[in-house]
Design a protein around this ligand. Structure first.
Ligand code: HEC
Ligand code: HEC
Length: 307
C-alpha cells in the first residue's frame, strides 16, 4: 500500500511537473514572439499640410475612435498601474517630449496600419487591424492632424511596459497583439486608394467601415457595448425599414432619433460623423439600405429594449 502511494505520488507529481513546464514553455514562446522585432515594409504617402485636411483628420480620429482610447486631446490615458499589471495604457500621441517626439511619417504609418511601434515591437491592444483599410487620403489627414497637436505637458503611459498579470491577457487574446496574431503585413503593404466617390455603393461601404466596430460586422447590431452596457442597434433595413434619408441625417447630425430620444455622445460619436459631407452621409445611407435585412437574435435592437 505504502509503495503504491509512493508511486502514485511520483506519477501525479510528474504529470503536474510536465504540465507546469508546458505552460511555462507556452508563455516563454509567446513572450519571445511578442518581444521580437517585426520587419515591415512601410509604404510612404504624402502627408498633407493644408487646413482642410487637418480639420478632416480631427473629425476622423473621433469617427475611427482613436480619441476613445488615447483621450480627447490624444495625450494618452493610463489604463492601469499596479505591481502585477505594470503601468500601461494608450500612448500620449502629442509631438512633444512627453509624447511621440521625433516621430517620422514612416513611424506613424507603421504604428497605425501595422500595429508595430518605433522600436519594431508589436504594440499591445492597439487595434491596427481596423486601420489597415484606411485609404491614403484619410490616413494622410489623420497623420496631418496628429502632427499639429499641441505638445502635452503630461507624460503618457510608458510604452508596452506590462506586468505578468496583464501579459497573461495579452498573450491569450488575439487583440492583445494584432501585429502578430491578426495582421498579414505583406497583404496590407500597399495603402488602398479607396473607392471612387461616384461609385456610391462602394464609397458608402468604405465610409461605413468604422460603424462596424460597434454595430457589428454585418451591421445587425451587437448585444451590448460592454463598456457602457448599452445595446448597439441593428442598422440594416431589418430595423431601419421605416426610416427615410432625412430621419437618418437628423440622427447623424443632431443625435435625435425618430421617437425624439437623444443619442449621448458617449454612446456614438455622432457629432463627428455628422460633420461628414452630405455626399458622404448619403453614400453611407444608400449602402446601409442596400444591406440584407439581417435579424440578429443576440442583438437587442434599441427599439425593443429599455436601453
Ligand atoms: C482600443 C484602444 C485604442 C484605439 C481605438 C487606438 N489605439 Fe493607438 N494605442 C493603443 C494602446 C494601448 C497603445 C500602446 C501600445 C503599447 O504600449 O504597446 C497604442 C499605441 C499607439 C501608437 C504608438 C505610440 C508609440 O509609442 O510609438 C500610435 C502612433 C497610436 N496608438 C495611434 C493611434 C491612432 C492614430 C488611432 C486611431 C486611428 C489609435 N491609435 C486608436 C490603444 C488604442
Ligand atoms: C462607438 C460606437 C458606435 C459607432 C462607432 C457608431 N455607432 Fe451608431 N449607435 C451606437 C449606439 C450605442 C447606438 C444606440 C444609441 C442610443 O440608444 O441612444 C447607435 C445608434 C445608431 C443609429 C440609430 C438606430 C436606431 O435603431 O435607433 C443609427 C442609424 C446609427 N447608430 C448609425 C451609425 C453609423 C452609420 C455609424 C458609422 C458612420 C455609426 N452608427 C457608428 C454606437 C455606435
Amino acid at each position: 500500500m505504502k509503495r503504491f502511494m509512493k508511486w502514485l505520488g511520483i506519477l501525479l507529481g510528474g504529470i503536474l511537473g510536465i504540465a507546469l513546464i508546458g505552460l511555462l514553455g507556452y508563455y516563454i514562446y509567446w513572450l519571445t514572439q511578442a518581444r521580437r522585432t517585426i520587419e515591415v515594409d512601410v509604404t510612404a504617402i504624402e502627408i498633407p499640410t493644408d487646413q482642410a485636411s487637418i480639420e478632416r483628420g480631427k473629425i476622423l480620429v473621433e469617427i475611427v475612435r482613436c480619441t476613445e482610447c488615447h483621450g480627447k486631446d490624444l495625450s494618452g490615458v493610463l489604463w492601469t498601474d499596479h505591481m502585477l499589471t505594470g503601468a500601461f495604457g494608450p500612448t500620449n500621441l502629442t509631438p512633444g517630449e512627453n509624447g511621440i517626439s521625433g516621430y517620422t511619417d514612416e513611424d506613424y504609418i507603421r504604428a497605425i496600419r501595422h500595429g508595430v511601434g518605433r522600436d519594431g515591437k508589436a504594440l499591445i491592444y492597439m487595434p491596427s487591424n481596423f486601420y489597415s483599410d484606411l485609404n491614403q487620403s484619410d490616413l494622410g489627414d489623420i497623420i496631418a492632424y496628429m502632427k499639429t497637436l499641441p505638445p502635452s505637458s503630461q507624460p503618457g503611459p510608458p510604452n508596452g511596459r506590462t506586468g505578468p498579470y496583464l501579459w497573461n491577457f495579452v498573450l491569450k487574446n488575439p487583440q492583445g497583439l494584432p501585429a502578430i496574431k491578426m495582421i498579414d503585413h505583406k497583404a496590407i503593404a500597399a495603402i488602398p486608394v479607396g473607392p471612387d466617390p461616384n461609385d456610391i455603393l462602394a464609397y458608402g461601404e468604405y465610409l461605413a467601415l468604422p460603424c462596424k466596430s460597434c454595430h457589428g460586422d454585418d451591421f445587425a447590431g451587437r448585444p451590448l457595448l460592454e463598456r457602457l452596457r448599452v445595446p448597439s442597434p441593428n442598422i440594416t433595413p431589418y430595423n431601419l425599414d421605416t426610416w427615410t434619408e432625412e430621419v437618418f441625417f437628423t440622427a447623424m447630425r443632431e443625435g435625435i432619433l425618430p421617437d425624439g430620444t437623444f443619442i449621448p455622445q458617449s454612446l456614438m460619436p455622432w457629432e463627428a460623423i455628422g460633420q461628414l459631407t452630405d455626399d458622404e452621409l448619403h453614400a453611407i445611407w444608400v449602402y446601409l439600405q442596400s444591406l440584407p435585412a439581417v435579424a440578429n437574435e443576440d442583438a437587442i435592437s434599441y427599439q425593443n429594449s429599455d436601453g
